[in-house]
Design a protein around this ligand. Structure first.
Ligand code: NCD
Length: 304
């Protein structure tokens, strides 16, 4: 496998291997500190990012490699009208591997067809975000010691939340996963994800608008931000943005071993009063994201 565009580009065995490598990096970071000496990662971010871009960069530095790139479309030739395909061909002359985030669904796929080096999708519009999914899987494995046999609730913007789409796709391959979809009517999971993943794979799922009523069933609660930048109307965003705010009060009936996850950035949807709850995993997710991206870079660059 040369590129990572969709999480299902990876087999379950490959995902297991990446998780194993990430766990080994966590245990023995010094073993990996020179693995990418002389290699360059380009981060091409046509959309804002804190964690994804900087974790890719930190990952490459911790492997002994170097990083180049841009963090907004305005500072690249896209502002002059250059196509993604031409940008990808150009960057292939400078870097050994590319991580690309773009507001248009499918842009990283187009880049991967033209680039001569591996391309990683670092988020394409409201579509997919496979490296966040690897981060989430590593977190679930480390926190719960299993990647099957649990009930996960996805709460918030399930329509535009690309991290949700990719994680549901990945989880559909594990045993006995039950999914609870918690969102306002307007932000329900797109029907293509339901049809192509949940129904096709026979995953047990239910939909609700009420978080508290399903709380006691959940082993994982995956909160998400309402994706302001994908709305057509600011009015609609303002109406829906605070649909769910997780507070200690709402966790009263939750399991003691619940894992509370969030890809971040958080706006209002998790009260800061929860940050010190031992069930809060979202800042652990941030750190895991760096390690799994180190593992992914090693794999795509075919470093032993
Ligand atoms: C997510 C994204 O970009 O889709 N952030 C991230 O990469 N950790 C979630 C979000 O922006 O809400």
């Amino acid at each position: 496998m040369k590129n990572l565009i969709d999480i299902l580009d990876l087999s379950t065995e490959e995902i297991d291997q990446l998780i194993q490598t990430a766990n080994d990096i966590i245990e023995n970071p010094e073993k990996y500190s020179e693995k990418c000496r002389g290699k360059k990662l380009a981060t091409l971010f046509f959309e804002p990012s804190t964690r994804t871009r900087l974790s890719f960069e930190a990952a490459m530095y911790e492997l002994g490699g170097n990083v180049l790139g841009f963090s907004e479309a305005q500072s690249s030739s896209a502002a002059k009208g250059e196509s993604v395909a031409d940008t990808a061909k150009t960057i292939s002359c400078y870097a050994d591997i590319i991580a690309m985030r773009h507001p248009k669904e499918g842009a990283p796929l187009v880049a991967s067809q033209k680039a001569t080096v591996p391309v990683i999708n670092a988020g394409d519009g409201g579509h997919n975000h496979p490296t966040q999914t690897l981060t989430d899987l590593l977190t679930i494995q480390r926190e719960m010691h299993r990647l099957g046999n649990f009930t996960i609730g996805f709460c918030g913007d399930l329509k535009f939340g690309r991290t949700v789409h990719s994680l549901i796709a990945a989880l559909s391959r594990y045993e006995n996963i039950k999914v609870v979809l918690i969102s306002p009517e307007e932000l329900k999971l797109p029907s293509y994800v339901k049809k192509d993943i949940l129904l096709k794979k026979g995953i047990e799922y239910r939909q609700t608008t009420d978080l508290e009523s399903v709380m006691p069933q959940l082993d994982v609660l995956y909160m998400t931000r309402v994706q302001r930048e994908r709305f057509f109307s600011e009015e609609e965003y303002l109406r829906l943005k605070d649909s769910y705010i997780l507070t200690p009060e709402k966790l009263k009936n939750a399991k003691k071993e619940l894992a509370i996850m969030h890809p971040l950035p958080r706006v209002n949807e998790i009260s800061v009063a929860i940050d010190d709850d031992p069930r809060a995993c979202y800042f652990k997710q941030v750190l895991n994201g760096k390690y799994i991206r180190m593992a992914l870079i090693l794999k795509l660059l075919e470093v032993e």
